[in-house]
Design a protein around this ligand. Structure first.
Ligand code: OGA
Ligand code: MN
Length: 254
């Protein structure tokens, strides 16, 4: 698989270090712009699960839960503390992405143009994120009998000029995905940057959600939605809470 030579994220991070890959012996700096963001985060080694703790029970008020049931979607803003957000933003700029969908080796960019990387345990910040999502799933199970048994997630990067056409997150005849959630990573996203998530709620109403940093949209995986064309490189974590049991993770060749 060809590596992307230069993914830079919204924090203007470094080019992907192809000759000196990020790994256990070469942890990335989480905050290369300490001059711009006054917080001291040396490396990923210092990250802990607790940095990603969210009191989901408090964030999901009864009003939010009602809206999720009746309209099929909700938004939670200011999800994580700054340390976790910076870690996810930094990681999104360093990882090695692959084209999301290939048919006979050809990228189907007119359907979806994102590049993705599934989160496994060697994707440190992402793995903590996923753990936090599992806590969220537990709250949804308790409150709504959602029946979620595990979660999966991938980082996604939409280059300028790409989006993802209308779809729902369960292919025809499937229903393993119960709840979809997308966490956004770009700071200072403007309406002119495009890239809104357009979702059609349970009543057929359309809503545009801006992909703004530290925002999580949670919606019924069967709702129709699309990602409008982005005019700026757009970073997110697409997440699914599933009703089937955990299967050993195997990354597909695509
Ligand atoms: C998806 C998706 C929405 C978004 O990856 O299936 O619909 O806002 N993403 O990135
Ligand atoms: Mn989707």
């Amino acid at each position: 698989m060809k590596k992307i030579a230069a993914i830079t994220n919204n924090l203007d991070l470094t080019n992907l270090p192809i000759n000196n890959p990020i790994g256990a012996n070469n942890p990335p700096l989480l905050n290369p712009h300490a001059d711009k963001v006054a917080i001291d985060i040396p490396t990923q080694h210092e990250l802990q699960l607790v940095d990603f703790a969210v009191n989901w029970g408090d964030r999901l008020t009864n009003t939010q839960l009602d809206k999720l049931v009746h309209e099929g979607w909700i938004v939670i803003d200011d999800v994580f503390e700054i340390k976790a957000l910076l870690a996810l933003q930094a990681e999104s700029g360093f990882i090695d992405y692959r084209d999301a969908q290939l048919t006979d080796g050809i990228r189907v960019t007119d359907i979806r143009g994102d590049k993705i990387r599934w989160i496994t345990k060697d994707i440190f910040a992402g793995f903590y994120y996923l753990d936090s999502i599992n806590q969220l799933a537990a709250v949804l199970n308790r409150a709504l009998f959602a029946g979620i048994r595990h979660s999966e997630a991938h980082y996604a990067c939409y280059p300028v000029g790409f989006g993802y056409q209308w779809h729902s997150d369960n292919p025809v005849g499937r229903d393993e995905r119960v709840i979809s959630a997308v966490f956004y990573l770009n700071d200072d996203w403007l309406a002119d940057d495009g890239g809104a998530l357009e979702v059609v709620d349970n009543h057929g109403e359309h809503h545009n959600v801006m992909p703004a940093a530290n925002r999580l949209i949670i919606f019924d995986s069967n709702l129709k939605h699309q990602v409008q064309i982005a005019h700026r490189q757009r970073y997110s974590i697409a997440t699914w809470m599933r009703r089937d049991g955990l299967v050993p993770f195997v990354e597909s060749a695509n």
